[in-house]
Design a protein around this ligand. Structure first.
Ligand SMILES: [Zn+2]
Length: 447
């Protein structure tokens, strides 16, 4: 990362004014849920930090990004990703996604456990992006596709607690994947262990739900305020809805006591049938995350703004959508003093988007389409004051199944990837189909 792309940033002519700013994002509409600021503001950056926010800022020699017609938000915080590059089945490098998605902070959700956290911690320490991680209750993390918590010998609460305690502020919670593939005969035991480790450390548990057993009500009953249920819109047997499409009483009661719902779109965990029922009742996720990994990056999740566009299309208010990708996940990670806000003196993580009028189909993970009329499209991503330059997608590793259309996508030049990849994949056959069963049906339509 060196100079920003020339097409985007124009240097101001020499000016008589006082020196000071390196870059001014000019003329955009700021949405910053942390401060409540919304409206036309310029944002000035100096030495990698936010130096001024005001209705009009003279560049005085600084480079300028013309953000007229655009939304300017804090750099997005994607709370559920797999970015332990080289660390196992799912993980990818975050850099080829950050520059085109507005995401400046990635939280890894359990790719590493106690045995293999060391290399992830090295990546976190040296990345120019903001990184943190939930530590898997399974000591081996997600080296393999699943099954990490089936054997009691792989889940050692004392070991997990010790590694967690050694890296406060970087390891920000405990991940427990609860579905029949991940835990098998171990049932709820890995979650009980994760809960005890998290309680002692004062951090949340992020619990993954999918195809049971375990039973969803038993899982929800074990969660404490501040814990997160990820894959909140799963259509599999651990779905949060009853047969009428309402939140199950155990889910409603968990929400009431402060358990948070995280979208965690992923490659198998977003059902429009579920999301529409929740939308019809005004039940929006507290956190919007992509569950970005080597499969989901090929769609239909693609990236965080594409996931967020699906919720916008379902009627979630824009400001709430932005808060669910900035302020709220920053608070969950206990990084609200560094991430997810445009505040003076902060690390200058800034995202610029256009709400583009389109007519395209976006798919859920059952490959059911819904037509959307607007998409959140990233225009520029600024991390620590540096405009991130385009990077090509990383090559697909041989264990990831992909269709010809998905392989073509990975081969496209970076300049064509700003627009969500959805435009290149417009039919269900374009996507690799995963064995997640059929979508749930509810008695009445959600829309
Ligand atoms: Zn995940």
């Amino acid at each position: 990362m060196s100079a920003p792309p020339k097409s985007l940033v124009s240097p101001a002519p020499n000016s008589e004014g006082p020196p000071g700013f390196d870059l001014v994002v000019s003329g955009g509409e700021v949405i910053d849920p942390a401060s409540g600021r919304r409206g036309p503001y310029d944002v000035a950056i100096a030495d990698g930090r936010i130096a001024a926010i005001a209705p009009r800022i003279e560049p005085n020699g600084a480079a300028v990004i013309d953000a007229r017609g655009c939304l300017v938000t804090p750099g997005l915080v994607d709370l559920h990703t797999h970015v332990y590059a080289g660390g196992g089945f799912w993980s990818l490098r975050p850099e080829p996604v950050a520059w085109r998605s507005g995401v400046t902070c990635f939280v890894d959700a359990g790719s590493a456990g106690a045995y293999n956290a060391g290399a992830l911690l090295d990546q976190i320490a040296t990345s120019p992006l903001g990184l943190a991680a939930f530590l898997n209750i399974s000591s081996r993390g997600l080296v393999t596709e699943t099954g990490e918590a089936r054997s009691a010998s792989d889940c050692d609460a004392a070991l997990c607690a010790e590694v967690l305690a050694a890296h406060p502020g970087v390891l920000v919670g405990v991940k427990s994947r609860l579905d029949h593939h991940a835990v098998g005969p171990a049932g709820l035991e890995p979650l009980r262990q994760a809960r005890s480790v998290a309680q002692a450390a004062g951090v949340p548990v992020m619990v993954h739900i999918g195809g049971g057993p375990p039973e969803i009500d038993e899982v929800l009953g074990l969660l404490s305020p501040g814990d997160l249920v990820t894959h909140a819109c799963t259509g599999q047997s651990m779905a949060l809805l009853d047969e009428h499409g309402a939140l199950r009483p155990a889910a409603a009661s968990a929400r009431e006591r402060g358990v948070l719902l995280d979208l965690g779109h992923g490659s198998g965990a977003f059902s429009y049938a579920v999301a529409e029922q929740m939308a019809a009742r005004g039940e929006w996720p507290d956190v919007i995350s992509s569950d970005l990994h080597l499969r989901s990056v090929l769609g239909p999740a693609f990236d965080l703004p594409t996931c967020a566009s699906k919720l916008l299309a379902l009627g979630m208010p824009l400001e709430q959508v932005i808060a669910a990708m900035t302020l709220t996940p920053a608070r969950v990670a206990k990084r609200a003093d560094q991430w997810g806000a445009l505040a003076l003196g902060r690390r200058a993580d800034v995202a610029i988007f256009r709400l583009e009028r389109v007519e395209v189909d976006l798919f859920d993970t059952y490959l059911v389409p819904r037509r959307v009329d607007q998409l959140l499209v990233n225009v520029a991503t600024i991390a620590s004051g540096v405009v991130l330059e385009p990077l090509p997608p990383e090559p697909l590793p041989p264990w990831i199944e992909a269709t010809a259309a998905q392989r073509r996508l990975v081969a496209r030049p970076p300049s064509e990837l700003r627009r969500p990849w959805a435009e290149a994949l417009q039919a269900a056959e374009d996507f690799a189909r995963l064995a997640i069963g059929t979508p749930p049906r509810y008695e009445r339509g959600g829309r």
